[in-house]
Structures are given as structure tokens and as C-alpha cells.
Design a protein around this ligand. Structure first.
Ligand code: ADP
Ligand code: MG
Length: 255
């Protein structure tokens, strides 16, 4: 579904040599897969996501979505950023309807679909609230609902929960997994939380310090923890430690 082949991205510097943000990155993500991406701060995670979103162009290499070259943003990809700018003059429902309007979905269907999405993220009672009337967690749920409403094949998320408190984050993580299982969307999720990466991802891609490369892709295979919290299972703790060690070397290399 997502093909990243030998991607290099450099930025011109104001003075001195140009800055290589990504160096020869390759990553393939299959349809319906949930991949999380971790790496030291400044290693190029957001740069990679912006490239896949079609917001910027690579310096070299090949990017594909569903086998087609990426030439710009598209409704096949929904993007959720850490601070998602909802339209402040639109209600939660009208924000969610936005992508459907762009797609030309008729008004009745739009409203129906937005209602479904509001229910999915538990905000039915807030359909007519404006962003300033919602908490940070609620706003982020609206942003997620908005990007899911028009059923993009791919969901690209750049530290969407970083600014939220721990409890809200955990509940949104569960929501997201439930939505992903229901819809079969392909997800690329950037986080700086190793725990979040292991909890959400079927695979965790670990990046090196800048210039960013893929250091290791770790398959996460957790036993069913039933009603318990998977985070306290020994396998979970082991994955967390392994990835911590991979990252720790990079953070040291970066200073
Ligand atoms: P991350 O998301 O992993 O923290 P980024 O992708 O935001 O890292 O940035 C990677 C590197 O590229 C950083 O050194 C950053 O300063 C640089 N960078 C990002 N965007 C630009 C830009 N538009 N112009 C110049 N440098 C940039
Ligand atoms: Mg970033």
C-alpha cells in the first residue's frame, strides 16, 4: 500500500552545507497493516510522513501509494498531526463533513456519515459544539473522525497523542485499534513513546539519528492478554526494552 524506496531528502541550509534529513530510506507497508515509527528527535520522522502525505517532494528515490507514484496530497491519505487545526468556525460535525464535501458526497449522506463517526469516537453529544468548546482529547477525536470519515485507504499520524494526558491517550489508543480492526485502514503512526509504539504497532520501525535511516523493523507478536493489560505482560516489557536499547544507542550517537 505504501512504498518508500531509497528515499533521500535534503534541505537547503541558510549557510554551510545542506542538511540531509533522510538518507536512503526504504520501507514497505502492506494494505491493512499498522506500523509505528520511533526515532530520536530530529531524525526525520515528520519529514518522512510529509513525503508520504505528498506535502513535500523527495530529493531522490521513489514513493508509491497503492502502486502509483505519489505526486501530491490526496483523499486516499488522511493525515492527523499532533496539533490538528480543526476549522474553528465549524462545529464538530461540520468539521467531520469537510472531507466528504470535498469528495462531493450529498448533504444527507454527509450528515449521516458524520453522525456515525461521532458515535464511533464517542462524541455524539458534542456534534454541534465548536472546537473551542471541546477538550484537547475531544478535539483530537474529532480530527481522527474527520480523517476517517471519507475512508482513506491510509491513515498517517504524526505524534497525534503527544500533547494529551496519559488517560486520554490510552483511551484513544484503544479507540484507534478498534477503528483500525473494523475498517482495515493502513496506518503509519509516529510516536516518541516506545510503549505506545509496541502497544499499537504490528511492526515497529526504529530510525537512526539524523540523517535518518531505518535501523531495524521489529515484529510485535504479543500473546492475547485477555481482559488484562497487555503492557504488563513479560513479552511486552521485553519488546519495550529491546526497542529502548536500539533507540538509546541512537540518542547517544546524536549528541
Ligand atoms: P522528527 O520529526 O524526527 O523530530 P523532522 O522530520 O521534523 O524530525 O526533522 C528532521 C531534520 O530536518 C531536522 O534537523 C529538521 O531541523 C530538518 N528540517 C525539517 N523540515 C525542514 C525544512 N522545511 N527546512 C529545513 N530543515 C528542515
Ligand atoms: Mg516530528
Amino acid at each position: 500500500m505504501i512504498g518508500v524506496r531509497n528515499i533521500t531528502k535534503t534541505f537547503p541550509a541558510r549557510s554551510g552545507p545542506e542538511l540531509t534529513a533522510l538518507e536512503n530510506i526504504s520501507l514497505d507497508i502492506a494494505a491493512g497493516e499498522f506500523v509505528t515509527l520511533v526515532g530520536p528527535s530530529g531524525c526525520g520522522k515528520s519529514t518522512l510522513l510529509d513525503l508520504i502525505a505528498g506535502l513535500t517532494e523527495p530529493t531522490s528515490g521513489e514513493l508509491t501509494i497503492g502502486g502509483h507514484p505519489i505526486t501530491g496530497p490526496g483523499l486516499d491519505r488522511g493525515v492527523v498531526f499532533q496539533q490538528y487545526a480543526l476549522f474553528p468556525w465549524r462545529t464538530a460535525q461540520a468539521n467531520i463533513e469537510f472531507g466528504l464535501e470535498v469528495k462531493g458526497v450529498p448533504r444527507r449522506l454527509r450528515a449521516e456519515r458524520a453522525r456515525e463517526m461521532l458515535a464511533l469516537v464517542g462524541l455524539t453529544a458534542f456534534a454541534h459544539s465548536y472546537p473551542h468548546e471541546l477538550s484537547g482529547g475531544m478535539r483530537q477525536r474529532v480530527a481522527i473522525a474527520r480523517s476517517l470519515a471519507y475512508e482513506p485507504a491510509v491513515l498517517l499520524m504524526d505524534e497525534p497523542y503527544a500533547a494529551l494526558d496519559a488517560q486520554t491517550r490510552e483511551s484513544l489508543q484503544e479507540d484507534l485499534l478498534a477503528i483500525w480492526k473494523r475498517t482495515g485502514t493502513t496506518v503509519l503512526f509516529i510516536t516518541h513513546s516506545i510503549e505506545e509504539a509496541v502497544y499499537l504497532g504490528q511492526r515497529v520501525a526504529v530510525m537512526t539519528a539524523r540523517p535518518g535511516r531505518i535501523k531495524r523493523v521489529v515484529d510485535i507478536d504479543l500473546p492475547d492478554s485477555g481482559a488484562g493489560d497487555p503492557r504488563s505482560e513479560p513479552e511486552f516489557v521485553r519488546y519495550r526494552r529491546d526497542i529502548w536499547e536500539l533507540l538509546h544507542d541512537e540518542v547517544r550517537a546524536g549528541v
